[in-house]
Design a binder for this molecule. Structure first.
Ligand SMILES: C[S@@+](CC[C@H](N)C(=O)[O-])C[C@H]1O[C@@H](n2cnc3c(N)ncnc32)[C@H](O)[C@@H]1O
Length: 300
């Protein structure tokens, strides 16, 4: 199985030098359609009968996988028919889950062209294209009008975007009055600077961490009230430990893990090893937080 995609440079509104590095990183590491199909076949699942559930062991690019997306949707009290935007949607796993399990209508925005194409193709593969759509675009210039969504979800994206005011300003802008922002994000911890490589950054230029308190204070200034909070750092550490074991076992047989090639699995094992240490030493914090838009962003 190969995974030697190179990101085709397609400038989008809001693209930055950091964004280009980040998009290329995820284009190289993310699941491909071929990788997904091979993984399905190896489990004896006929491609034309595959469901969104069959992909979830492969298509969630965040700590905690499916269980974390479900927990976030529950914290946000996601409802049937709600209009939801997934910012930094990756290959679309969380968006498909929220449509399939909760009956929501999803848009996903994804910076990398090839990752976005994979999200579209996997969604068609499991016949959810009427409920879940994707646009290639930047979180710094969301291609939607003001107030378009009931819920905005963001999982593991903000830590690789330096322009935090603009990023969160965009998330709030597209929320309707009373809308909900559901975050599952990675923050700077109290234990000192993290060791590299990080899951999202092989180099410090690709990483822009802030503390949870800094993030929350900004959202309060933007008119959002914190409703629920959960620290998931310990679960994140266990997630990396389990992944390290699975990847070590696969590599011992010269195989890749989770629908990725051997080379990509080797890289992911390195990052999982430093991620586990960073979480154990509290150099990173992972948390879920749900906010409600209670006043206009520009109101005094
Ligand atoms: C760790 S992955 C998470 C993907 C997805 N949220 C999930 O949990 O499965 C981060 C994703 O955010 C995307 N991303 C990073 N910066 C972005 C930006 N400025 N605008 C849109 N997407 C971005 C990356 O290309 C990558 O696919």
């Amino acid at each position: 199985m190969t995974n030697d995609r190179r990101e085709e440079r397609v400038p989008v509104d809001g693209s930055t030098p950091q964004g280009e590095l980040v998009a290329a990183h995820w284009a190289r590491l993310s699941l491909t359609v071929d990788g997904a199909m091979q993984a399905l076949r190896s489990r004896g699942i006929a491609i034309e009968q595959a469901t969104a559930d069959d992909l979830h062991g492969l298509d969630m690019l965040h700590m905690g996988g499916l269980a974390a997306t479900d927990a976030l949707a529950e914290m946000a009290a996601l409802q049937t028919g709600q209009h939801v935007l997934d910012v930094g949607a990756g290959v679309g796993g969380p968006a498909r889950r929220m449509a399939h399990k909760h009956g929501a209508r999803l848009w996903g925005v994804e910076l990398s062209k090839s990752v976005c194409q994979t999200a579209v193709a996997l969604t068609a593969l499991v016949r959810l294209q009427d409920q879940v759509q994707f646009k290639q675009g930047s979180a710094l210039a969301l291609p939607f009008p003001d107030g378009a969504f009931d819920v905005v979800v963001m999982q593991h994206v903000a830590m690789q975007v330096a322009e935090k005011e603009r990023l969160f300003g965009e998330c709030v802008r597209v929320l309707n009055g009373g809308g909900v922002l559901a975050l599952h994000e990675i923050f700077a911890g109290e234990g000192g600077p993290p060791f590299f490589p990080l899951a999202w950054a092989t180099d410090p230029a690709m990483s822009s961490l802030e503390t949870f308190d800094e993030c929350s204070a900004r959202l309060a200034r933007m008119g959002l009230s914190l409703g629920a909070f959960r620290d998931t750092s310990a679960e994140g550490q266990q997630y990396h430990l389990a992944n390290m074991k699975a990847m070590q076992q696969a590599l011992a047989h010269e195989e890749g893990a989770h629908g990725r090639s051997v080379d990509v699995t080797r890289m992911r094992l390195q990052t999982a090893t430093s991620m586990e240490r960073n979480l154990r030493e509290r150099r990173l914090q992972v948390a879920m937080a749900v906010y409600r838009r209670t006043r206009d962003m520009n109101a005094a």
